[in-house]
Write a protein that binds this ligand. Structure first.
Ligand code: ADP
Ligand code: ZN
Length: 736
């Protein structure tokens, strides 16, 4: 199958679970696949289709996408066809003729066709080997995109007894998954559930202040690349698109209120790289498979994390580093609350409130956003530092939180452990409101005992105390906080506590932009969680020339540019400068058909550029390694860890590695922890502190008997750092 993968699609390795799924399909078993957007679901039926004698029937609800999908297959030399309402009668007849003559391997069909007698009669003449149901959650009423047409699939299954079925979806709860299996009458299906972590996406939440300026700056960094900005209302998409255009960016609005032709034109221009920025309501994106969207902005608050995950999921399907930014203000929450108040059905209203509360939690988070998001969908994320969200990427500093933590915890206890931090903070800062007087909270000993922390700083510390496990929320919907048993112990024993928080902005050393902590994680040439392709040194000028050629070829053929070659492919060309067909064939995404068809054209551009600049070809590394084919999460580690490991092996200290890679000490240490956890051979010896300190830390770790570091740190004297403790912990883990 690996040979077929390289020959037909030009890829060297499978993405996680693809190999296992394909094996299951080839065994002709019913198969259920749950994989995030960009996970590579299509390949799971396209590759087996090439092996089967008969036809593979693909049911997909996204009529607008079918042509692009079929064009993509054809570009790879795979005979594919589609049948949907966009075909004229003569066109339909031609498709039928080609399919009957057995020239097509894959046939895409819209679900509403399945009830038409004409189609079922046609089907009766064919040999079908496999049925693939894309967006399978559409069959379930429990899902949020129920399509009555999908219920016709049972009829199809009955008409094709014994033909195996593969159902694929990116959104499905346990309930929906059961429903899919039942409705499609899958027989003892093999189920595959991939991790929903999108390793190449970076998440951030930004304050919504001077937001048009901030948005313009952000979009400026992605000039010429595809970006989507989501807004709450139709009107704001239009206003914002206009504002962006006035600032010299090229943006178009998109929402359900626009004329159908205008909408499809806008979508088309975006897909063809003619307009880079779309400002849209969530109506945009459903019918789009564009693999190279580099930035997704939520300019207004999303209604739920499900929606947020789905919309951000449209970034970086091709696996290259891409960014998701959310602009958040308290005013937006109030606005959303107002809309929720209008909902009449009480159950629905409660549900909406609950969902919004989780979005707000996500925005207020001081800790890893990826971890929170994955936990929301029921997945554990074990890493300390994901290296791909603002919380993990902002340089952090330690501060002595002993006193403020005691004050916050006491205030929570004194007010009865039922108020949210907003109220507790008001009490601590001595506010004298009617409500506080009514509750007699102005008489408490904790009233007005904090004057060295602002409201937002108190909230930040409370967030950190939650993350440390000293505080917890009483319920999901309400903000009320109470102490955990660890929190009580802490308060009773008057323990010391050191926490880390985002480094406070220091006075600018050189220029203002240098001191902006955001710059650190926005730097795009060293994406922290980049895939292999993201990390390579790409010649930007050559990349532009290659894109130009791609655009030209695509326009001539009336297909989207990504059908010709994806960004991963062009970036590799612009990094390794292949100058022979042999060299080019090693580039990811260059299969036999594309090499034949377009190889020379691209080689010519590379050759003349290399000549002009006096550059030479470099070998494409890592060709055909089975790194990903094992499918486990561990084997998916990005090269960022490898890069750290290599520098350490060269004898660099942690500080040197951090400086060289532009990372924080904390991040480098988290890389080491990850490497050790994965059983990689890392020599920690030279990195450990002096033997007396080592002993002290080992002792504290053993005595605390917990994995939470704060108590361990509290046992040691002040000058011990978290990094040291982490290293020693990793060392103890290693020597076990
Ligand atoms: P999904 O349907 O799960 O959202 P797709 O099937 O559209 O994902 O695949 C997303 C992108 O990843 C496509 O551009 C596809 O060509 C690419 N891709 C899929 N499998 C591989 C692989 N094994 N190696 C490299 N790229 C792949
Ligand atoms: Zn993170």
């Amino acid at each position: 199958m690996l040979d077929l993968l390289k020959k037909r699609f030009g890829y060297d390795q499978f993405r996680p679970l693809q190999a296992e799924i394909i094996a299951s399909v080839l065994e002709r078993r019913d198969t259920l696949v749950l994989m995030p957007t960009g996970g590579g679901k299509s390949l799971c039926y396209q590759l087996p289709a090439l092996r089967f004698d008969g036809l593979t029937l693909v049911i997909s609800p996204l009529v607008a996408l079918m042509k692009d999908q079929v064009d993509t297959l054809k570009a790879n030399g795979i005979a594919a066809e589609f049948i949907n309402s966009s075909l004229t009668y003569p066109e339909l007849n031609n498709v039928r003729r080609r399919v009957r003559r057995n020239t097509a391997k894959i046939l895409y069909v819209a679900p509403e066709r399945l009830t038409l007698p004409g189609f079922m009669n046609f089907l009766a003449e064919l040999t079908v080997s496999l049925v693939a149901v894309d967006e399978a959650h559409c069959i379930s009423m429990w899902g949020h995109e129920f399509r009555p047409d999908y219920r016709n699939l049972v009829t199809l299954r009955h008409a094709l007894p014994g033909v195996p079925c593969i159902a694929l979806t990116a959104t499905a709860t346990e309930q929906v998954r059961r429903d899919i299996a039942e409705q499609l009458e899958l027989t003892q299906p093999q189920e595959f559930v991939a991790s929903f972590n999108r390793a190449n996406l970076t998440y951030s939440v930004r304050p919504k202040r001077n937001s048009v300026d901030a948005l313009t700056d952000l979009l400026d960094e992605y000039r010429g690349e595809s970006c989507i900005v989501y807004c709450f209302s139709r009107k704001s998409t239009q206003d914002l698109a206009t504002a962006l255009c006035e600032r010299g960016l090229s943006a178009l609005p998109y929402h359900a209120g626009l004329d159908t032709t205008v909408r499809s034109q806008t979508q088309e221009r975006f897909i063809r790289d003619e307009v880079p920025i779309i400002v849209a309501t969530i109506a945009f994106g459903m019918g789009i498979d564009k693999p190279d969207v580099r930035l997704v902005v939520h300019y207004d608050l999303p209604k739920s994390l499900e929606g947020y995950y789905q919309e951000t999921g449209r970034a970086g399907r091709d696996g290259l580093p891409s960014e998701c930014a959310l602009f958040y203000s308290y005013g937006d929450k109030v606005k959303q609350d107002f809309f929720i108040d209008q909902i009449e059905d009480p159950a629905e209203q409660r549900n909406a409130r609950d969902k919004l509360a989780r979005v707000i939690d996500f925005c207020d988070l001081q800790t890893c956003r990826r971890k929170y998001l994955l936990a929301y969908f029921g997945e554990d994320w074990h890493q300390d530092n994901c290296g791909g969200c603002d919380a993990c990427l902002t340089p952090r500093e330690e501060f002595d939180a002993t006193v403020i933590a005691q004050k916050i915890l006491s205030a929570i206890v004194r007010t009865g452990e039922r108020f949210g931090i907003a109220h507790v903070s008001r009490v601590l800062r001595g506010a004298n409101t009617k409500r506080i007087r009514e509750l007699r909270h102005d008489r408490l000993s904790v009233h007005g005992i904090v004057d060295d922390f602002s409201d937002s700083e108190i909230k930040e510390v409370a967030g950190l105390l939650q993350a440390e496990g000293l505080l917890r929320k009483n319920s999901r919907e309400y903000a009320g906080l109470s102490l955990t048993s660890a929190g009580r112990t802490f308060l009773k024993n008057r323990e010391d506590l050191t926490l880390t928080r985002a480094k406070q902005a220091e006075p600018a050393p050189h220029t203002t932009s240098d001191s902006d902590p955001a710059q650190v994680w926005r730097r795009r040439d060293t994406p922290p969680l980049a895939d292999e392709q993201g990390d390579i040194a790409v010649d930007a000028a050559l990349f532009e020339k290659l894109r130009e050629l791609r655009r030209k070829l695509a326009a001539e053929r009336n297909v989207p540019p990504y059908v010709i070659f994806g960004d991963v492919t062009l970036r590799q060309m612009a990094a390794y400068l292949p100058q022979s067909r042999e060299g080019l064939s090693h580039v990811s995404g260059v299969g036999a058909a594309k090499l034949e068809r377009w190889g020379e054209a691209f080689l010519e551009v590379v050759r003349s550029y290399a000549d002009e600049q006096g550059l030479v070809e470099r070998p494409v590394p890592g060709t055909r390694r089975s790194r990903e084919s094992q499918g486990s999460k561990v084997s998916r580690k990005g090269s960022t860890y490898t890069a750290t490991k290599q520098l350490l092996e060269q004898g660099q200290s942690i500080t040197e590695v951090a400086a060289e890679r532009g990372l924080s000490l904390r991040t480098v240490v988290s890389h080491i922890e990850k490497l050790v956890a994965d059983g990689e051979d890392v020599d920690l010896g030279p990195l450990l502190p002096s033997s007396d300190r080592l002993e002290a830390i080992q002792h504290a770790l053993a005595r605390s008997g917990t994995t939470v570091l704060a108590p361990v740190k509290a046992m040691l004297s002040k000058d011990y750092t978290y990094e040291e403790i982490r290293l020693v912990r990793a060392f103890m883990h290693q020597s076990h």
